[in-house]
Ligand binder design. Structure first.
Ligand SMILES: [Mg+2]
Length: 246
């Protein structure tokens, strides 16, 4: 058991609260085979305005203003295969997954101890946020349509590539600190990836690695104390400091 003195816990999704395999084996293929149809549907059903937005976003990420819709589809497929963290890919994936969640084709995967662990932390006055490369919409749907029911009421906020930036840059954690208003030393980030925890530590946050029992990378995230499940953490709110003088 690891005790932490924090006001806010920030959670990664893939490999930390949910299965990385679910992302790569279920969600990525689900969106990948629907990119072309999604562009076509938006063009016919929603009028012409929505498609140029997504197409422009892909063009901007690719640095190529001349990309056609077919080029964009091919590029989104390649980025999916290479797991490239491009904001436009995340936006299109989230839109496609939203339809799958809505018709119950998809559910978000959450490890069994996670709902109770987060609920307990909230009962103790701890704020709980999500920070993932998946877009804020995709994160919210993951927890709203989870395999343990609607968990969105347990969460205080969501942060992604667009709102914070990449997870291996200390700047991103400083942006989240500015957004949530908790002192860095009273914020902890939980992730399965050492480089992300290193970046959070550089921003002054506490860090805890998470490695699930079946993880082929082994039981420890190098350089960080590590747990195998979230119920091995006991976060408590720091005692109030002395009143400011005057
Ligand atoms: Mg992860």
């Amino acid at each position: 058991m690891i005790s932490l003195s924090v006001h806010t816990v920030v959670l990664d999704i893939e490999g930390t609260t949910g299965s990385a395999g679910h992302v790569h084996d279920v969600l990525f293929p689900y969106a990948r085979e629907r990119f072309a149809g999604w562009f076509a549907d938006r063009r016919s059903a929603a009028g012409r305005s929505a498609v140029p937005d997504a197409l422009e976003a892909v063009r901007a990420d690719a640095g190529d203003p001349a990309l056609t819709e077919a080029d964009a589809v091919a590029l989104l497929q390649r980025w999916t295969d290479d797991d490239v963290k491009m904001p436009s890919l995340k936006t299109v994936q989230a839109a496609i997954w939203a339809a799958g969640y809505a018709d119950a084709t998809l559910t978000g995967h959450v490890y069994p101890e996670v709902p109770r662990a987060i609920a307990t932390w909230r009962e103790h006055g701890i704020g709980v946020h999500i920070y993932s490369s998946g877009s804020v919409d995709a994160q919210r749907n993951w927890f709203t349509y989870s395999n343990h029911g609607d968990l969105s009421g347990l969460l205080c906020g969501y942060h992604d590539l667009t709102t914070a930036g990449g997870k291996r840059s200390a700047t991103s954690y400083r942006k989240i600190t500015a957004a949530i208003g908790t002192a860095p030393r009273h914020t902890v980030f939980l992730s399965d990836v050492a480089a992300e925890l290193d970046a959070a530590a550089e921003a002054g946050w506490q860090t805890v690695g998470v490695r699930r029992d079946d993880d082929p990378r082994g039981p420890d995230v190098p350089g960080h104390r590590t747990v195998a499940a979230l119920d091995q953490l006991r976060p408590t709110a720091p005692a109030p400091g002395p009143a400011a003088p005057g």
